[in-house]
Ligand binder design. Structure first.
Ligand code: M6P
Ligand code: ZN
Length: 191
């Protein structure tokens, strides 16, 4: 067994910046343009402002292997693509029977969860909310507010990220802004 040195890192609870971070993933509209329902809105944003930054992930640098507990913070910037709120790509775990813990730090948002048969659940998140992602549920987070939505996450090292399933099928529900409220609607493109 290989021993690892204990260590700590610093987390800015307002911005989500984690230091040290092994990497900072910056997800832009071009990384997920087909995930948003309104293709005309996507096109308009590219024309008017270029490749918009949607969210950032500060990755803690823990090995993604069994026995470890990787973690990260995610900062989803406020905004919409058409009526649809900014969101993460969302993923299943490659090992489906691996769970995850989220802790809301700043702003407000929603955790959307989905099973293979298209069942969707919505969990409200804000500072101080601990949300549990049970195994077998795909998970995506959405910023439903007007300021950055920041949360911390920790998951089993051997979970793995399966993005392909969501890229192909989408989520069965969309979170859109309607009369100033965040409303779940059916995704017409869900397969
Ligand atoms: C959370 C965790 C990470 C994930 C990140 C962004 O911090 O679930 O594992 O990478 O959100 O979500 P996604 O990978 O779906 O873009
Ligand atoms: Zn996960």
């Amino acid at each position: 067994m290989e021993l690892m040195e204990p260590f700590s890192s610093t987390l800015d609870l307002q911005t989500g910046i984690l230091e040290p971070a092994s990497q900072v993933l910056r997800r832009r509209l071009s990384d997920m343009k087909d995930m948003y329902a309104d293709a005309d809105a996507v096109k308009r944003i590219f024309e008017q402002e270029g490749d918009r930054l949607i969210y950032e992930v500060y990755v803690g640098g823990i090995p993604e292997v069994e026995g470890h507990m990787p973690h990260s913070t995610t900062t989803i910037h406020p905004g919409r693509i058409g009526d649809e709120f900014h969101m993460t790509k969302g993923h299943y775990h490659v090992k489906r029977d691996r769970a995850e813990i989220y802790l809301g730090l700043a702003g407000q948002g929603c955790l959307l969860l989905q099973t293979d048969d298209g069942t969707v659940r919505r969990v409200e998140m804000r500072r101080g909310i601990v949300a549990y992602v049970p195994h077998f549920w795909a998970h995506r987070t959405v910023n439903t507010g007007g300021v950055p939505f920041v949360f911390f996450a920790a998951w089993p090292g051997d979970a793995g990220h399966d993005y392909a399933t969501i890229e192909q099928r989408g989520f069965a529900k969309l979170l859109i802004s309607q009369y100033g409220r965040a409303v779940l609607t059916d995704n017409p493109r869900y397969k």
